[in-house]
Ligand binder design. Structure first.
Ligand SMILES: NC(=O)C1=CN([C@@H]2O[C@H](COP(=O)(O)OP(=O)(O)OC[C@H]3O[C@@H](n4cnc5c(N)ncnc54)[C@H](O)[C@@H]3O)[C@@H](O)[C@H]2O)[C@@H](O)CC1
Ligand SMILES: [K+]
Length: 492
């Protein structure tokens, strides 16, 4: 801002915002370069041939977010749209934005007594597009009173809700939703993706995300949260070199499954085999080992951790049951990198002395931290950070947006999840994948985030063919997912 004339950034933001609205109103097919990272992102477009004659309503809060909406509204009005503004507080409104809007032929439907005039409500109901400019990054706490009412009205009744910078009422920095908020179909965000657009529950309110570049790039600090794209993952997948052998590729010890949960052993060994482990050494009861060998003849087996030959990493806990805590503790005390999943999480020492990747879902993390599951789901980043700090370990919190939080503070959010992965055994496959990557030498942050990404792509592939895939379908889709990720980036 210091290097530019006053208001220049807002003009860039408003121009980008108006351009996205115009494109949506044109009904442009597939013209959107935005993030479809939820695997959907298809927006039902109110095709009208363009802004001319379209009904656009601006919800205008008291700060610069409202200013963006007013300036964009002015641009759309000049292109023939019928643009109405509902101003939340007439005593606090972006002055130059409002004048530009009125000069361009925009109308204000609210009055000094408040925003909820009959004309305003009617306009929101009939709008092709509602631009939510109530709150941006200056918002604190959820929406109140009239703002909350308008947000609910727009989300329920209006054509398409386009959030300016972020859906008003979400917490920009955490992904929490402290109260009432807008539910948008599209979010047009400026300069950089806000953390809250990437982490649930707030991310769910953002819809399809479009980034408008306003020239902040050279000035941005290191991001608080990263999201790997396909190419980033492809570059991190260990590709065997000319002199590879099974030991150099990484030997994974697998302490998983039990006579009660045999399937977990098959799925997690399978995840490790397809995840590129040079060898998987399975440690478990004779009858489970026999099943593992029948399905995965490339695995080798031993009765327990003590009798397992040399490994480079351990994956511990998927379907392990209650009675092998001593072995879990032995693996955790080996000093080798360890992935700890499911039942293994109940055997964590107060402090870990090995590089560790913990992979709880919300319920398991709640138990680990002795808090409510609902609270973990509402404050995913907060609790994942807390566990990473407490155990000095990388924490992969599974769920609708999988987070991977390293004890040094780095955070990655996975872009490839799909609800199809919410099925029994899916986590066992992920544990195998992550374990193989740890054994191959990836650090826990990379192992966790690459495994989650591959797992998500496999889930999407499986959902595309099986509709409602089982964990076995996801496992079967892993090799294809790896091939497509790597091949797409010319690394094969
Ligand atoms: N900072 C920048 O470089 C740019 C900012 N831009 C826009 O400016 C926005 C930030 O503007 P502001 O800092 O003015 O902040 P906002 O517009 O987000 O909020 C403004 C005011 O709302 C009030 N408020 C906060 N929480 C509230 C609540 N729960 N209920 C009711 N009122 C509440 C506060 O008094 C606050 O001052 C961004 O989100 C973006 O839209 C863009 O114009 C591009 C450039
Ligand atoms: K907003």
């Amino acid at each position: 801002m210091a290097t530019l004339p006053d208001g220049a950034l807002m003009q860039r933001a408003a121009a980008g915002l108006a351009a996205v609205c115009a494109r949506i109103l044109r009904g442009a097919d597939n013209a959107s370069p935005g993030m479809d990272w939820r695997g959907g992102g298809q927006v039902t477009r109110p095709a009208r041939g363009g802004p001319y004659g379209a009904r656009v309503v601006l919800l205008v809060g008291s700060g610069d977010n409202g200013g963006d909406a007013l300036w964009a509204g002015a641009r759309l009005a000049r292109r023939g749209a019928r643009v109405d503004a509902v101003v939340l507080r007439h005593d606090r409104v972006h002055e130059s934005g409002l004048s530009a809007f009125l000069d361009a032929g925009g109308r204000v439907l609210s009055d000094d007594d408040g925003p909820l005039t009959p004309a305003a409500e009617q306009a929101v109901r009939k709008a092709d597009i509602v631009l939510d400019g109530i709150l941006g990054i200056g918002g604190k706490g959820g929406l109140r009173d009239d703002a909350a009412y308008l947000a609910a009205l727009a989300s329920a009744d209006a054509g398409l809700v386009i959030a300016v910078d972020l859906p008003s009422g979400i917490d920009a920095d955490t992904g929490e939703t402290p109260g009432a908020h807008v539910r948008a179909d599209v979010t047009v965000t400026f300069g950089t993706h806000k953390v809250g657009l990437l982490i649930d529950p707030a991310a769910e309110a953002a819809g399809h995300i479009e980034l408008v570049d306003i020239g902040l790039g050279p000035y941005l600090p290191r991001p608080a949260v990263e999201m790997l794209e396909h190419g980033d993952v492809a570059a991190r997948i260990p590709v065997p070199g000319r002199h590879a052998d099974k030991y150099r590729r990484g030997v994974l010890g697998m302490l998983a499954g039990s006579t009660r949960y045999r399937g977990a052993a098959l799925l997690s060994v399978g995840g490790a085999v397809h995840g590129g482990a040079g060898m998987v050494r399975y440690a478990g009861p004779r009858e489970v080992s026999a099943m593992v060998l029948e399905r995965w003849p490339e695995a080798v087996t031993a009765p327990d951790v003590e009798h397992t030959d040399r490994v480079q990493a351990w994956a511990v806990g998927s379907g392990l049951g209650d009675d092998r805590g001593d072995e879990a503790e032995a693996a955790l005390a080996s000093g080798l990198p360890v992935l700890v999943d499911a039942d293994g999480l109940r055997h964590l020492p107060a402090e870990l002395t090995c590089p560790a990747l913990l992979t709880p879902h919300a319920g398991e993390l709640a138990r680990m931290l002795d808090v409510d599951r609902g609270d973990v789901e509402a404050r995913r980043l907060h609790h994942a950070r807390e566990a990473a700090r407490r155990w000095g370990a990388t924490v992969l919190l599974k769920g609708s947006t999988t987070l991977v939080v390293s004890p040094d503070g780095r955070v990655r959010v996975n872009s490839t999840g799909t609800p199809a992965l919410a099925t029994a055994g899916s986590g066992d496959v992920l544990a195998g994948l992550g374990g193989a990557l740890l054994a191959a030498g990836l650090d826990p942050l990379d192992a966790g985030s690459v495994a989650a990404h591959i797992h998500g792509v496999a889930g999407q592939v499986a959902a595309g063919t099986a509709g409602q895939p089982a964990a076995s379908d996801v496992l079967d889709a892993v090799p294809g997912a790896m091939v497509s990720l790597v091949a797409a980036h010319d690394l094969l």
